[in-house]
Write a protein that binds this ligand. Structure first.
Ligand SMILES: [Zn+2]
Length: 115
């Protein structure tokens, strides 16, 4: 678990003073939980379990006053499409490159390149 706190400039920072902010969350729970239609959390463990699901929770009424668990975030997989020029002369996504007895080939030229 890596508790992070949002700043007013819309960036998240790792929060060192976790006890303080979790305490603020719990203080606010009687109001917040009713709004979310759930039971108020009363312990640090409950707040941590909530954050571990990847949800954010606010600790005050400021729009940016939120905590999250940096470890619970889905890793953002940026998969760059790599284009490769095959020896058949065509350029294709690297995952579609085939190797033949005459060198690399795109799927369309595979048969011709295999002869
Ligand atoms: Zn080709």
């Amino acid at each position: 678990m890596k508790i992070q706190r949002m700043l007013s400039n819309n960036t998240w920072v790792d929060e060192k003073n976790q006890n303080y902010f979790i305490y603020m969350v719990i203080e606010r729970e009687s109001w917040r939980a009713e709004r979310d239609n759930r039971s108020p959390m009363t312990t640090r463990e409950q707040v941590e379990a909530y954050l571990a699901t990847g949800k954010e929770i606010d600790y005050s009424s400021d729009w940016y006053a939120k905590l999250r668990d940096g470890d619970a975030l889905q890793p953002r997989i940026v998969k760059a499409v790599e284009l490769v020029k095959c020896q058949c002369g065509h350029t294709v996504n690297s995952s579609r490159v085939l190797s033949t007895s005459h060198g690399t080939s795109c799927p369309d030229c595979y048969d011709a390149m295999s002869n």
